[in-house]
Design a protein around this ligand. Structure first.
Ligand SMILES: [Zn+2]
Length: 310
């Protein structure tokens, strides 16, 4: 018998799922729309249907299902309950995803935050391969993070560790969605990049789109270059704080901006050098690298939760 796990990554738009072996081989995968607006019960039904579809595939095969791993947006506590969720998943907050699913399917169920799952996926099969201690960041609408310690997500007291986007880098700074002021994600998320662009290049049409800002900067347009420089310094300041706290072996960065490659990463790297103390990020230089698995990372990492057994 070949043991396999179902990995499920619940995003605001799509649920990605796959059948993953203990060696990381993906045997089957597919996505369905989340349709989160239909509410939490429909979402739970949908997760069950996904598991049933893989279960069905296993009839008369030599596969055996070992468990189900679920990565989901929102803060997930150590009991598999959604402590708080984004507006993308209405009604999800307070749901005991682990208990609900265990009541529906006869397999062990593991639930974690989506960025923890991404980090675990990268640790297993991506940019964090052969690294036991590294920081994974997801730069998007906000900033998610995870510290992988000894090959596992460090979860903290209640499971909420990794809220790096809410480290305050400016007292009395910009208001954050969390209710605090001056949070890093108000300066270094993609949403923040849009704001910085509009502030620094008001009146320029290209300033409305981060992709176009990068494209102008690549052409050498000075204001656009200045925007990218300023943005990358904000990104670097938060990373420097994390480097001083965790002394990690690498920083892995995911999210759409990573498509900018070295044009962005070289600036982040040199700014990190500028903002870190001697010995933390140099000699040799601490690797700051893009994530490798793209939108597959969360699904792969969710399956890995099963193989880790937590
Ligand atoms: Zn915040």
């Amino acid at each position: 018998m070949r043991e396999v796990a179902v990995g499920i990554d619940i995003g605001g738009t799509y649920i990605k799922s796959g059948l993953v072996g203990s060696d990381g081989q993906i045997w089957k995968q597919y996505s369905v729309p989340t349709e989160a607006s239909k509410g939490r019960d429909i979402l739970l039904d949908r997760i069950e249907q996904i598991v049933r579809s893989y279960e069905h595939l296993m009839i008369d095969s030599d596969f055996q299902l070992s468990g189900v791993g679920i990565g989901t947006a929102g803060y997930v506590n150590l009991q598999g309950i959604i402590g708080s969720a984004t507006d993308n998943l209405p009604g999800w907050q307070g749901t005991s995803v682990k208990k609900e699913m265990q009541g529906r399917i006869p397999y062990p169920v593991y639930v974690d935050n989506d960025v923890n799952a991404i980090a675990l996926g990268e640790c297993w099969m991506g940019a964090g391969r052969n690294r036991d201690h590294f920081i994974c960041l997801a730069l998007g609408t906000g900033i998610g993070g995870c510290f992988i310690a000894e090959g596992r997500p460090y979860r903290g007291r209640s499971g909420y560790a990794g809220a790096y986007g809410h480290q305050v880098i400016a007292m009395d700074g910009h208001s954050c969605t969390c209710g605090l002021k001056g949070c890093w994600e108000q300066y270094a998320s993609v949403t923040a990049l849009k704001r910085i662009s509009l502030e620094m290049a008001s009146g320029f049409k290209w300033a409305e789109s981060p992709e176009e800002v990068f494209s102008e900067a690549r052409k050498g347009v000075q204001i656009a270059v200045d925007i990218v420089q300023r943005y990358s310094e904000y990104v670097a300041i938060g990373i420097a704080n994390l480097i001083h706290i965790f002394n990690p072996t690498a920083i892995v960065i995911g999210g759409a901006v990573t498509a900018q490659g070295d044009f962005l990463f070289e600036r982040i790297r040199s700014n990190v050098q500028k903002h870190t103390m001697y010995g933390f990020a140099d000699q040799p230089e601490l690797p700051i690298v893009p994530a490798e698995l793209g939108n597959m990372a969360g699904m792969i990492g969710a399956a890995k939760l099963v193989w880790l057994g937590n």
